[in-house]
Write a protein that binds this ligand. Structure first.
Ligand code: C2E
Ligand code: MG
Ligand code: MG
Ligand code: MG
Length: 277
Protein backbone atom coordinates (compact mmCIF):
# COMPACT_ATOMS: atom_id res chain seq x y z
CA UNK A 1 0.00 0.00 0.00
CA UNK A 2 2.80 2.32 0.91
CA UNK A 3 4.36 1.77 -2.47
CA UNK A 4 1.07 2.45 -4.21
CA UNK A 5 0.62 5.65 -2.27
CA UNK A 6 4.15 6.71 -3.09
CA UNK A 7 3.47 6.26 -6.76
CA UNK A 8 0.25 8.23 -6.54
CA UNK A 9 2.08 11.00 -4.74
CA UNK A 10 4.68 11.02 -7.42
CA UNK A 11 2.08 11.20 -10.18
CA UNK A 12 0.33 13.97 -8.32
CA UNK A 13 3.63 15.80 -7.93
CA UNK A 14 4.43 15.32 -11.61
CA UNK A 15 1.02 16.64 -12.64
CA UNK A 16 1.42 19.63 -10.37
CA UNK A 17 4.86 20.38 -11.79
CA UNK A 18 3.53 20.25 -15.33
CA UNK A 19 0.65 22.50 -14.42
CA UNK A 20 3.01 24.98 -12.84
CA UNK A 21 5.40 24.94 -15.79
CA UNK A 22 2.44 25.49 -18.09
CA UNK A 23 1.12 28.33 -15.96
CA UNK A 24 4.57 29.86 -16.08
CA UNK A 25 4.78 29.62 -19.86
CA UNK A 26 1.33 31.07 -20.18
CA UNK A 27 2.26 33.94 -17.88
CA UNK A 28 5.37 34.62 -19.91
CA UNK A 29 3.57 34.86 -23.24
CA UNK A 30 0.75 36.83 -21.58
CA UNK A 31 3.24 39.36 -20.21
CA UNK A 32 4.97 39.86 -23.54
CA UNK A 33 1.55 40.32 -25.09
CA UNK A 34 0.57 42.74 -22.33
CA UNK A 35 3.48 44.99 -23.16
CA UNK A 36 2.63 45.05 -26.89
CA UNK A 37 -1.09 45.50 -26.25
CA UNK A 38 -0.54 48.20 -23.64
CA UNK A 39 -2.45 46.36 -20.93
CA UNK A 40 -0.42 47.95 -18.15
CA UNK A 41 -2.03 50.81 -16.27
CA UNK A 42 -1.03 53.03 -13.40
CA UNK A 43 -3.12 53.77 -10.35
CA UNK A 44 -2.19 56.64 -8.07
CA UNK A 45 -2.38 56.70 -4.29
CA UNK A 46 -2.53 60.17 -2.71
CA UNK A 47 -0.07 61.17 0.00
CA UNK A 48 -0.94 63.82 2.58
CA UNK A 49 0.60 65.94 5.29
CA UNK A 50 -0.07 64.41 8.72
CA UNK A 51 -3.12 66.63 9.06
CA UNK A 52 -4.62 63.98 6.78
CA UNK A 53 -5.99 66.68 4.48
CA UNK A 54 -3.28 68.49 2.56
CA UNK A 55 -2.30 66.55 -0.54
CA UNK A 56 1.46 66.47 -1.11
CA UNK A 57 1.85 63.98 -3.92
CA UNK A 58 0.86 60.60 -5.31
CA UNK A 59 2.57 57.24 -5.64
CA UNK A 60 2.24 55.54 -9.03
CA UNK A 61 1.38 51.84 -8.63
CA UNK A 62 1.43 49.43 -11.55
CA UNK A 63 -1.52 47.19 -12.45
CA UNK A 64 -2.12 44.77 -15.28
CA UNK A 65 -5.51 45.07 -16.94
CA UNK A 66 -5.81 41.43 -17.98
CA UNK A 67 -8.56 40.57 -20.53
CA UNK A 68 -9.81 37.56 -18.46
CA UNK A 69 -8.27 37.95 -15.03
CA UNK A 70 -9.26 41.58 -14.51
CA UNK A 71 -7.00 43.98 -12.67
CA UNK A 72 -3.91 42.05 -11.53
CA UNK A 73 -1.85 43.48 -8.63
CA UNK A 74 1.90 44.00 -9.09
CA UNK A 75 2.91 41.32 -6.60
CA UNK A 76 1.46 38.71 -8.97
CA UNK A 77 3.54 39.63 -12.00
CA UNK A 78 6.50 41.89 -11.16
CA UNK A 79 8.64 38.95 -9.97
CA UNK A 80 8.00 37.26 -13.34
CA UNK A 81 8.83 40.48 -15.19
CA UNK A 82 12.12 40.58 -13.25
CA UNK A 83 12.95 36.99 -14.16
CA UNK A 84 12.05 37.46 -17.80
CA UNK A 85 14.17 40.60 -18.03
CA UNK A 86 11.10 42.63 -19.04
CA UNK A 87 11.07 44.74 -15.91
CA UNK A 88 13.37 47.42 -17.31
CA UNK A 89 11.18 47.97 -20.34
CA UNK A 90 8.00 48.03 -18.26
CA UNK A 91 9.73 50.20 -15.65
CA UNK A 92 10.65 52.77 -18.29
CA UNK A 93 7.04 52.79 -19.42
CA UNK A 94 5.96 53.42 -15.81
CA UNK A 95 8.38 56.35 -15.50
CA UNK A 96 7.20 57.84 -18.79
CA UNK A 97 3.50 57.40 -18.07
CA UNK A 98 3.80 58.82 -14.54
CA UNK A 99 5.58 61.92 -15.87
CA UNK A 100 3.09 62.36 -18.71
CA UNK A 101 0.20 62.05 -16.24
CA UNK A 102 1.83 64.62 -14.01
CA UNK A 103 2.01 67.01 -16.99
CA UNK A 104 -1.69 66.36 -17.76
CA UNK A 105 -2.73 67.11 -14.17
CA UNK A 106 -0.71 70.29 -14.18
CA UNK A 107 -2.34 71.33 -17.45
CA UNK A 108 -5.74 70.64 -15.80
CA UNK A 109 -4.76 72.92 -12.95
CA UNK A 110 -4.65 70.12 -10.39
CA UNK A 111 -2.58 70.73 -7.25
CA UNK A 112 -0.44 67.58 -7.41
CA UNK A 113 3.12 68.52 -6.43
CA UNK A 114 4.93 65.29 -7.06
CA UNK A 115 4.65 61.75 -8.38
CA UNK A 116 6.59 58.86 -6.82
CA UNK A 117 7.71 55.93 -8.94
CA UNK A 118 8.98 52.57 -7.63
CA UNK A 119 12.19 51.29 -9.20
CA UNK A 120 13.08 47.61 -9.38
CA UNK A 121 16.55 46.22 -8.61
CA UNK A 122 17.26 45.41 -12.24
CA UNK A 123 16.05 48.79 -13.39
CA UNK A 124 18.24 50.58 -10.87
CA UNK A 125 21.39 48.83 -12.01
CA UNK A 126 20.55 48.80 -15.72
CA UNK A 127 23.13 51.01 -17.42
CA UNK A 128 22.21 54.54 -18.43
CA UNK A 129 19.16 54.78 -16.17
CA UNK A 130 20.06 58.43 -15.62
CA UNK A 131 20.13 59.18 -19.31
CA UNK A 132 16.79 57.49 -19.84
CA UNK A 133 15.21 59.39 -16.95
CA UNK A 134 16.64 62.67 -18.24
CA UNK A 135 15.06 61.98 -21.65
CA UNK A 136 11.74 60.97 -20.08
CA UNK A 137 11.66 64.13 -17.96
CA UNK A 138 12.45 66.31 -20.92
CA UNK A 139 9.82 64.68 -23.15
CA UNK A 140 7.15 65.15 -20.47
CA UNK A 141 8.07 68.76 -19.81
CA UNK A 142 7.53 68.50 -16.03
CA UNK A 143 9.97 70.05 -13.57
CA UNK A 144 12.42 67.30 -12.49
CA UNK A 145 11.67 68.11 -8.85
CA UNK A 146 8.12 66.82 -9.39
CA UNK A 147 9.46 63.28 -9.75
CA UNK A 148 10.40 61.10 -6.79
CA UNK A 149 12.15 57.74 -7.13
CA UNK A 150 11.47 54.98 -4.57
CA UNK A 151 14.12 52.40 -3.84
CA UNK A 152 14.29 49.70 -1.19
CA UNK A 153 17.16 49.26 1.25
CA UNK A 154 18.07 45.91 -0.29
CA UNK A 155 18.56 47.51 -3.70
CA UNK A 156 20.95 50.05 -2.22
CA UNK A 157 22.85 47.61 -0.01
CA UNK A 158 23.57 45.09 -2.78
CA UNK A 159 26.59 47.06 -3.90
CA UNK A 160 27.03 50.21 -1.88
CA UNK A 161 29.70 51.82 -4.06
CA UNK A 162 27.72 51.26 -7.22
CA UNK A 163 24.52 52.44 -5.53
CA UNK A 164 26.22 55.65 -4.40
CA UNK A 165 27.42 56.38 -7.92
CA UNK A 166 23.98 55.75 -9.46
CA UNK A 167 22.15 57.72 -6.76
CA UNK A 168 24.41 60.71 -7.26
CA UNK A 169 23.83 60.66 -11.01
CA UNK A 170 20.04 60.43 -10.47
CA UNK A 171 20.04 63.20 -7.87
CA UNK A 172 21.86 65.54 -10.24
CA UNK A 173 18.89 65.28 -12.63
CA UNK A 174 16.60 66.80 -10.00
CA UNK A 175 14.23 64.07 -8.70
CA UNK A 176 14.00 63.37 -4.98
CA UNK A 177 14.88 59.93 -3.63
CA UNK A 178 12.83 57.93 -1.12
CA UNK A 179 13.71 54.72 0.70
CA UNK A 180 10.65 52.46 0.49
CA UNK A 181 9.60 49.85 3.10
CA UNK A 182 12.10 51.37 5.48
CA UNK A 183 12.96 49.24 8.50
CA UNK A 184 12.49 45.87 6.77
CA UNK A 185 15.96 45.75 5.21
CA UNK A 186 19.46 45.98 6.54
CA UNK A 187 20.76 49.40 5.70
CA UNK A 188 23.62 50.66 7.79
CA UNK A 189 23.13 54.04 9.38
CA UNK A 190 26.55 54.99 8.14
CA UNK A 191 25.44 54.61 4.51
CA UNK A 192 22.09 56.12 5.16
CA UNK A 193 23.91 59.28 6.20
CA UNK A 194 26.08 59.29 3.06
CA UNK A 195 23.49 58.43 0.43
CA UNK A 196 21.88 61.49 -1.19
CA UNK A 197 18.35 60.62 -0.10
CA UNK A 198 15.43 62.81 0.89
CA UNK A 199 12.66 60.67 2.34
CA UNK A 200 12.21 57.56 4.51
CA UNK A 201 8.98 55.63 4.08
CA UNK A 202 8.10 53.73 7.29
CA UNK A 203 7.03 50.26 6.21
CA UNK A 204 3.40 49.47 6.83
CA UNK A 205 4.31 46.45 8.99
CA UNK A 206 5.29 48.94 11.72
CA UNK A 207 2.22 51.12 11.20
CA UNK A 208 0.01 48.04 11.63
CA UNK A 209 0.46 47.81 15.41
CA UNK A 210 0.03 51.53 16.13
CA UNK A 211 -0.83 52.98 18.53
CA UNK A 212 -1.22 50.16 21.12
CA UNK A 213 1.62 47.86 20.00
CA UNK A 214 4.52 48.98 22.14
CA UNK A 215 7.20 47.56 19.85
CA UNK A 216 5.76 49.10 16.67
CA UNK A 217 5.31 52.38 18.51
CA UNK A 218 8.94 52.39 19.59
CA UNK A 219 10.15 51.56 16.09
CA UNK A 220 7.98 54.23 14.48
CA UNK A 221 9.19 56.85 16.97
CA UNK A 222 12.81 55.80 16.41
CA UNK A 223 12.52 56.01 12.62
CA UNK A 224 10.92 59.46 12.81
CA UNK A 225 13.62 60.73 15.19
CA UNK A 226 16.40 59.26 13.09
CA UNK A 227 15.00 60.65 9.84
CA UNK A 228 14.76 64.11 11.31
CA UNK A 229 18.23 64.04 12.80
CA UNK A 230 19.53 63.13 9.33
CA UNK A 231 17.45 66.02 7.90
CA UNK A 232 15.22 63.60 6.01
CA UNK A 233 11.49 63.79 5.65
CA UNK A 234 9.45 60.80 6.81
CA UNK A 235 6.21 59.34 5.49
CA UNK A 236 4.24 56.41 6.94
CA UNK A 237 2.64 53.89 4.58
CA UNK A 238 -0.33 51.66 5.22
CA UNK A 239 -2.28 54.04 7.48
CA UNK A 240 -5.65 52.33 7.95
CA UNK A 241 -7.17 53.98 11.05
CA UNK A 242 -7.74 57.37 12.63
CA UNK A 243 -5.81 56.18 15.70
CA UNK A 244 -2.75 55.42 13.56
CA UNK A 245 -3.02 58.81 11.90
CA UNK A 246 -3.28 60.54 15.29
CA UNK A 247 -0.24 58.72 16.64
CA UNK A 248 1.85 59.58 13.59
CA UNK A 249 0.85 63.24 13.63
CA UNK A 250 1.47 63.56 17.36
CA UNK A 251 4.92 62.02 16.96
CA UNK A 252 5.97 64.38 14.20
CA UNK A 253 5.70 62.14 11.14
CA UNK A 254 5.66 64.52 8.18
CA UNK A 255 3.38 62.70 5.76
CA UNK A 256 0.96 59.77 5.58
CA UNK A 257 -0.35 57.39 2.95
CA UNK A 258 -2.87 54.58 3.36
CA UNK A 259 -6.35 53.19 2.75
CA UNK A 260 -7.78 55.28 5.59
CA UNK A 261 -6.94 58.43 3.63
CA UNK A 262 -7.28 57.22 0.04
CA UNK A 263 -6.83 54.04 -1.96
CA UNK A 264 -4.82 53.84 -5.16
CA UNK A 265 -7.09 55.02 -8.00
CA UNK A 266 -7.10 55.70 -11.74
CA UNK A 267 -5.91 59.16 -12.79
CA UNK A 268 -9.45 60.26 -13.75
CA UNK A 269 -10.76 59.39 -10.28
CA UNK A 270 -8.13 61.59 -8.71
CA UNK A 271 -9.19 64.43 -10.98
CA UNK A 272 -12.84 63.93 -9.87
CA UNK A 273 -11.85 63.74 -6.24
CA UNK A 274 -9.72 66.87 -6.26
CA UNK A 275 -11.79 68.73 -8.80
CA UNK A 276 -14.88 68.43 -6.61
CA UNK A 277 -13.05 69.18 -3.36
P1 C2E B 1 5.01 49.68 -2.21
O1 C2E B 1 5.82 50.53 -3.12
O2 C2E B 1 5.44 49.60 -0.79
O3 C2E B 1 3.53 50.24 -2.35
C1 C2E B 1 2.58 50.27 -1.33
C2 C2E B 1 1.63 49.11 -1.43
O4 C2E B 1 0.80 49.11 -0.27
C3 C2E B 1 0.66 49.19 -2.61
O5 C2E B 1 0.34 47.86 -3.00
C4 C2E B 1 -0.55 49.85 -1.99
O6 C2E B 1 -1.76 49.58 -2.69
C5 C2E B 1 -0.56 49.20 -0.65
N1 C2E B 1 -1.23 50.01 0.36
C6 C2E B 1 -1.35 51.35 0.42
N2 C2E B 1 -2.02 51.74 1.51
C7 C2E B 1 -2.33 50.61 2.19
C8 C2E B 1 -3.04 50.34 3.42
O7 C2E B 1 -3.51 51.22 4.12
N3 C2E B 1 -3.16 49.04 3.78
C9 C2E B 1 -2.64 48.01 3.05
N4 C2E B 1 -2.82 46.76 3.48
N5 C2E B 1 -1.97 48.22 1.88
C10 C2E B 1 -1.83 49.51 1.47
P2 C2E B 1 0.43 47.39 -4.52
O8 C2E B 1 -0.08 48.47 -5.42
O9 C2E B 1 -0.16 46.03 -4.60
O10 C2E B 1 1.98 47.30 -4.77
C11 C2E B 1 2.77 46.35 -4.12
C12 C2E B 1 4.23 46.56 -4.40
O11 C2E B 1 4.53 46.34 -5.79
C13 C2E B 1 4.71 47.98 -4.13
O12 C2E B 1 4.93 48.16 -2.76
C14 C2E B 1 5.97 48.00 -4.95
O13 C2E B 1 7.03 47.39 -4.24
C15 C2E B 1 5.62 47.14 -6.14
N6 C2E B 1 5.28 48.01 -7.28
C16 C2E B 1 4.11 48.64 -7.55
N7 C2E B 1 4.21 49.34 -8.70
C17 C2E B 1 5.48 49.17 -9.16
C18 C2E B 1 6.22 49.64 -10.30
O14 C2E B 1 5.73 50.42 -11.13
N8 C2E B 1 7.51 49.22 -10.43
C19 C2E B 1 8.09 48.40 -9.49
N9 C2E B 1 9.37 48.02 -9.69
N10 C2E B 1 7.44 47.94 -8.42
C20 C2E B 1 6.15 48.32 -8.24
MG1 MG C 1 6.56 52.34 -3.01
MG1 MG D 1 6.38 50.50 0.58
MG1 MG E 1 6.40 47.02 -0.51
Amino acid sequence: HAKERGKNNFQFYQAEMNARALERLELESDLRHALEQQQFVLHYQPQFLSDGKTLTGVEALLRWQHPDRGLVPPGDFIPALEELGLVVEVGDWVLGEACRQMARWQAQGLAVQKVSVNLSARQFSSGRLGQRIAAILQASGIAPGCLELELTESILMQDVGEAMRILESLKRLGPSIAIDDFGTGYSSLNYLKQFPIDVLKIDRSFVDGLPAGEQDAQIARAIIAMAHSLKLSVIAEGVETQAQLDFLREHGCDEVQGFYLARPMPAERLLEMLGSA
